[in-house]
Every structure is written in structure tokens, then in C-alpha cells.
Design a protein around this ligand. Structure first.
Ligand SMILES: Nc1ncnc2c1ncn2[C@@H]1O[C@H](COP(=O)(O)OP(=O)(O)OP(=O)(O)O)[C@@H](O)[C@H]1O
Ligand SMILES: [Mg+2]
Length: 246
């Protein structure tokens, strides 16, 4: 009898955990270009997930533009926004000093960017966190070595994507081409963010509407231009529930 009562009391939890499949909340953040707010939005996502009591960590597999001592600004920001403490090397396996195209930076450094090294670091991070937010380098198809590019890296990691559209003139074409390239690889676009990177961007609403009509994935939020870019403020504009409906 006592056992039956105990079982009855726990049954909602048993049901919830047995029936509901484990939902992975790991994403690859890509952008319409370099400098469109991938780091800002990746950090905003980390803050948003951390506010849901999730262990959230950022990753920047390849960074070009590092200070001496292998410190890169993106990695610094991602680490600051993460609530899981991990080594620098795990978050950023490849860091090159000059801020140039990464495959050229690698070539000059005598290094070949090896996806299995990145995948290993990613798996280690995934084992230590509920959420891993991986920030790409530049736009979706930036070459990473002689044969592979950023899109191949997403395929290797098997992650759904979040596209950051830097709202400025030209972004409609860049956004739609990126969405097309994602679909062509049968990758999942989990959502996109309209990030207003230019203070004087005209007709933001109209441009966002044009993309909403043409992108099947949910718009997670519109982040306005901020005189002082702040990932915690940006996080308030993002609706993470839209991601969980996948
Ligand atoms: N909504 C915004 N309002 C104001 N400034 C912004 C906004 N979003 C991004 N910025 C600023 O634009 C610059 C580029 O943003 P960020 O570094 O996040 O871009 P990125 O896509 O990660 O660039 P990279 O390709 O170098 O990794 C930064 O100085 C950032 O603070
Ligand atoms: Mg960045």
C-alpha cells in the first residue's frame, strides 16, 4: 500500500521525464556578415538561458583577430556571458592574431583547421552544460580550410541555426541567400533575430516585415540600435519559447 502511494505521488514526474524526450538546446549562431551582432546575440541567448536556470556556455571555434596571449574579444564576451567555467582553449580551439579571412590566417600560421578538434571541444562543452551557443566566424559560408567552410562545420556539429540579420541596407539579399544555403543543406533554421546595427537604418519595420514574409523560421526578436550595446538588454527582446516549440 505504502509503495503504491509513493508510486502514485511520483507518477506525474515519472511521466514527464519518461515520455518527454530530452530536448537539446544547443545552437549555432550565424550571421548575414561579419560585424552584424553575432556575439551580442549569442551572449543575449546565454543570458536568456541562464535566467531559466540552465547551465549555458558559449563557444567560438575559430577566431581571427586575437591579442597577444590568445585573447579574442568575442571569446572574452562569450565567457563573461556563460555561467559554466571552462578553459579558454575549450571555448576557442583556433585563434589567429590577424583579423583576416580565417583560412588565410590559418595558412599563414601553418595550421590546418581540423573539424574533429572542434567537434571534440564542442562535445566536452556539451557534456558540461545544458546549452551550448556556438558562434560562427563571419557569414555562413566563410572558408575555414582548403576544402571546408562554415556551413560544413554546422553539418559536422549537427546543430540547428539561429541567424542574426544585421539590419542595414543590403541585409534582405544577404539574409535570404543565407536562408537558402541553410535549406540547401537540410539544416534546421530554428529562428532568426533582426539586430539593428545601424543607428540611422531607415524603415526597419518594413524590412523586418519583408523578411518575416520570406523566412519560414520564427523571428525571435527585434533588437534595437543601442548607443551602448548590452547583451542583457538585448536578451529582453528575445523570445526563447519560440525555440522550444521545435
Ligand atoms: N543592436 C546594436 N546596437 C548597437 N550596437 C550594436 C548592436 N549590435 C551589435 N552592435 C555592435 O556592433 C559591433 C559588432 O557586433 P558583434 O561583435 O556582436 O558582431 P559579430 O557579428 O559578432 O562580428 P564578428 O564577425 O567580428 O564576430 C560591436 O561593436 C557591437 O557592440
Ligand atoms: Mg563576433
Amino acid at each position: 500500500m505504502a509503495y503504491a502511494l509513493w508510486q502514485y505521488a511520483l507518477s506525474p514526474f515519472i511521466r514527464a521525464y519518461a515520455i518527454r524526450p530530452y530536448i537539446e538546446m544547443n545552437y549555432f549562431v550565424t550571421g548575414t556578415d561579419t560585424g552584424v551582432g553575432k556575439t551580442l546575440i549569442a551572449c543575449a541567448l546565454l543570458h536568456g538561458f541562464a535566467a531559466q536556470d540552465k547551465r549555458a556556455v558559449g563557444m567560438k571555434p575559430v577566431a581571427a583577430g586575437c591579442h597577444a596571449g590568445e585573447q579574442n574579444d568575442d571569446v572574452f564576451q562569450l565567457r563573461a556571458a556563460s555561467n559554466v567555467g571552462v578553459s579558454y582553449g575549450l571555448i576557442n580551439p583556433y585563434c589567429f592574431l590577424p583579423a583576416i579571412a580565417p583560412h588565410i590566417a590559418a595558412q599563414r600560421a601553418g595550421v590546418i583547421i581540423d573539424f574533429s578538434v572542434i567537434a571534440k571541444s564542442y562535445q566536452e562543452l556539451a557534456a558540461q552544460a545544458d546549452v551550448v551557443i556556438v558562434e560562427g566566424v563571419g557569414g555562413f559560408r566563410v572558408p575555414l580550410n582548403a576544402q571546408q567552410d562554415g556551413a560544413d562545420l554546422v553539418l559536422e556539429l549537427g546543430l540547428p541555426l539561429i541567424l542574426v540579420v544585421g539590419m542595414r541596407l543590403g541585409c534582405l539579399n544577404h539574409a535570404l541567400l543565407t536562408v537558402e544555403a541553410i535549406a540547401a543543406r537540410s539544416l534546421t533554421l530554428a529562428g532568426w533575430v533582426a539586430n539593428v546595427v545601424e543607428a540611422d537604418m531607415a524603415l526597419v519595420e518594413e524590412n523586418v516585415a519583408a523578411l518575416q514574409q520570406r523566412i519560414a523560421a520564427p523571428l525571435l526578436g527585434v533588437v534595437p540600435y543601442m548607443t551602448q550595446a548590452d547583451a542583457r538588454v538585448a536578451a529582453k527582446q528575445l523570445d526563447l519559447e519560440l525555440l522550444e516549440q521545435d
